[in-house]
Design a protein. Structure first.
Length: 735
């Protein structure tokens, strides 16, 4: 479907009306007022937004009339309604331009998942037992409100904590306003593979704490440092599109591309050259390249601009990063470093040393309302950490009396050494807004299940992936299937029940009203001068799946303000947990192509898709270099044990030439104790055995800083779909 056709057929329908009770038992068909755009047998495409990773892609949802089995008031029935049949990329959305990744496609399974929580639940057994009883929404809201009222009247509103996933837009603004009005500390964001280190580096180098967009389509040379930009990192759909243009979209010009990383990712498998640098040594490779470029006077030191000025020794030509020294640190041959530096200097030095805002370089996407509530990114500044929460509870249990959890599973996403589970077990009251029972929500005293994303109002402000000014918006594409409520509306309801300071902070009756107010602000900023202008802006945004500035992109270019002025940074060797003689291998956890950070392991399509490199399905594996496997007597599919100072897992071995001999790599995603029938008790998670180390500038988990030992356990079997990676591209290399 092309962009014009989509906009023409998209219907804006008020699909947010709640389902009425079936009333009568035994599969009675209840007919609602028909949705005007739905004709039996004819599909209608409605806009949506993908919330399954931070990229913020736009969807279109194929909706057709059909019968759905539901339960209301404990009684089964059948209802005729618009059902979401298929998801596609929104051709008009500037991030993904009509494409969608497999994870995005599987979003429709959230709606119809057999283990979805269908109504509010109250814990009825011991905490963590998974025993709950159904309660009404009235009772659930009253319980949550009375708990919060009690804390407020005790004078301890600061003992409330709110854990969320990374949020943007209206939902973030709403929760932040809620906490401020209540007098609670700021939200705690839970994100395993956070980009906060990159944001911090960009704040120091360019003055903006944001993940950049890369103009791959116009690049001539690309060097990527451990960024799986075709797989899971940043804005993968947008980057795949641009990558296609970079490699095949320009007559007589195919860009050259080098990937530096210790484990071959999907991106690395597509590179012209793969450089398996030692874990933690990417920065040395970059400094070594800069040394050659400066030493051979291919570019002056001043070309490094502000970013170069931050680095100790830059103006002197980085004498401590001569190729031979780089070889010692990284394991990469000095000659390859020199060759790569010369290629860069003749081709696209811009991409390394001063390409911000230049064609073929990197851009920081303009934000519709910079600094406005909910504007991207959800940066580290002001966002507290799970580790600090766990320490606080353990050292002073009375400090946290109530915990709210939305779109986050901190127990799964934290190393066991942080003791997050043990800490949360001590919190007197936990309320979850989750749609499924997982490792965290199973501890809840009260569950107020959220709508599926396709059933709710959504907005988003993509942080990267486009140089166009953009704000996504999606009305509900389908009516709610179960007796769930949108968390944003639940929080507004609770705020109104509490009254007082909430009346001014959250004046909206519904989240739809709040989004309308946000888009009115945006319309005003774009020159709207009348109610009619604002009405039209709102209507168009709903019909198209958001608002974005038409015409050629106007990237923001390099920002002006700069944090960290005057600071100088010198290379510090990476630190790893575990002695190298006792724990000889670096453990490299990586985001899964299908499960991302583990939050999508409950979707059966994701379990069924063979991993793009290994072809493993329905399980976990650890990638071991053939030479290492031979030395340890490990065969393909054998069961091995990985042991760190903080935990152990047993997992089948996948013998892969795409991983360095001193590294073992394992995908994150499986190993859930509780996460529906499809993921519970399946495979193992490397996160559980990670060391409790953090990156000092941002306080985020140093997830690649753990050493392990590897032991053969038994002969085993690994479910491979097609045999996995067979070629041995760099077997002759010294490492
Ligand atoms: S990259 Fe995939 S999962 Fe992420 S928002 Fe886009 S479609 Fe969704």
């Amino acid at each position: 479907m092309d962009r014009r056709h989509f906009i023409k057929v998209t219907a804006v329908t008020g699909a947010s009306a709640a389902l009425a009770s079936c009333g009568n038992p035994e599969h009675q068909i209840i007919r609602f007022m028909p949705e005007e755009s739905l004709v039996p047998g004819v599909a209608v495409w409605k806009p949506g937004l993908c919330t399954l990773c931070p990229a913020g892609c736009g969807l279109i949802v194929r909706v057709m009339e059909g019968d759905a089995e539901i339960v209301r008031g404990g009684r089964p029935g059948v209802i005729r309604m618009g059902l979401a049949k298929k998801l596609e990329g929104n051709p008009a959305h500037p991030v993904n331009r009509g494409r969608l990744c497999p994870r995005g496609q599987a979003g429709v399974q959230i709606v119809y998942h057999p283990d979805r929580l269908r109504q509010p639940l109250k814990r009825s057994g011991p905490r963590g037992s998974g025993e709950f009883r159904q309660i009404s929404w009235g009772a659930a809201l009253e319980e949550l409100t009375s708990r919060l009222r009690e804390l407020g009247s005790n004078g301890t509103p600061q003992s409330l904590r709110f854990l969320t996933g990374p949020l943007r837009g209206g939902r973030r603004e709403l929760i932040d306003r809620f906490l401020a009005a209540y007098g609670a500390p700021p939200r705690i964001a839970v994100e395993l593979f956070t980009d906060d280190v990159l944001r911090r580096a960009n704040a120091l180098s360019f003055g903006i704490a944001q993940v950049p967009s890369f103009d791959l389509a116009r690049s001539r040379q690309v060097v990527s440092f451990s960024a799986d930009f075709l797989g899971t990192w940043n804005s993968p759909v947008a980057q795949n599109l641009a990558y296609g243009e970079m490699r095949q979209g320009r007559p007589n010009e195919r860009a050259r591309f080098v990937q530096v990383e210790p484990r071959m990712s999907q991106t690395g498998a597509n590179a012209d050259e793969w450089l398996p640098a030692r874990p933690g040594s990417d920065g040395v490779v970059a400094l070594g390249l800069a040394h050659v470029i400066l030493d051979e006077r291919l570019r002056p030191a001043s070309a490094g601009g502000r970013a170069g000025a931050l680095i100790e020794g830059w103006d002197d030509g980085l004498p401590h990063y001569a190729p031979e020294i780089v070889q010692e640190h990284t394991g990469l041959p000095a000659a390859r470093v020199v060759r790569l530096a010369r290629q860069l200097a003749t081709g696209a030095l811009n991409a390394l040393l001063g390409s911000v805002g230049q064609p073929g370089g990197l851009f920081f996407s303009e934000q519709p309302e910079p600094g406005a509530p909910g504007a991207a990114p959800d940066a580290s500044a002001g966002v507290r950490r799970v580790r600090a929460l766990a320490e606080e509870i353990v050292s002073s249990p009375a400090s946290v009396q109530a915990l709210l959890v939305y779109d986050a599973n901190p127990i799964y996403a934290s190393p066991a050494a942080w003791r997050v589970r043990q800490a949360l077990e001590q919190v007197p009251f936990i309320a979850s807004f989750g749609s499924f029972l997982d490792e965290t929500s199973v501890l809840a005293d009260l569950i107020l299940p959220d709508h599926a994303p396709l059933e709710a109002w959504l907005d988003d402000l993509p942080e990267s992936g486009t140089t166009q000014l953009a704000a996504g918006l999606a009305p509900p594409a389908v009516r709610p299937l179960h007796d769930t409520r949108a968390t944003a509306d639940v929080l507004l309801d609770v705020a109104h029940r509490l009254g007082g300071s909430f009346d001014g902070a959250l004046p909206w009756q519904t989240f739809e009203e709040m989004l309308r107010a946000r888009f009115d602000r945006l319309a005003n900023a774009q020159g709207a001068t009348s109610d009619a202008d604002r009405d039209e802006f709102w209507k168009q945004a709903q019909a198209r799946g958001g608002w974005w500035r038409e015409g050629p992109a106007r990237p923001s270019g390099a920002p002006v303000a700069r944090a960290g002025a005057g600071r100088r940074f010198a290379y510090e060797p990476p630190r790893f947990d575990g002695d190298s003689t006792e724990y000889p291998f670096h453990l490299l956890p990586f985001a899964s192509q299908t499960f991302f950070d583990g939050s999508l392991a409950h979707l059966p399509w994701m379990q069924e898709i063979p991993d793009v490199l290994s072809s493993v399905m329905w399980g976990s594996w650890v990638e071991i270099n053939p030479r290492t496997a031979e030395r340890l007597g490990i065969g393909q599919g054998d069961l091995v044990e990985l042991v760190s100072r903080h935990g152990r897992v047993e997992v089948p071995a996948l013998i892969s030439p795409g991983v360095a001999p001193d590294v073992v790599a394992m995908p994150v995603g499986q190993g859930h104790a509780h996460f529906t029938r499809y993921a519970s008790g399946r495979g193992a998670s490397p996160v559980s055995m990670l060391a409790p180390m953090v990156e000092p500038e941002t306080g985020t988990l140093a997830w690649a800083a753990t050493r392990v030992l590897v032991r053969h356990v038994a002969a085993g079997r690994l479910v491979l779909f097609a045999g996995g990676l067979r070629e041995r591209p760099y077997e002759h290399e010294p490492r």
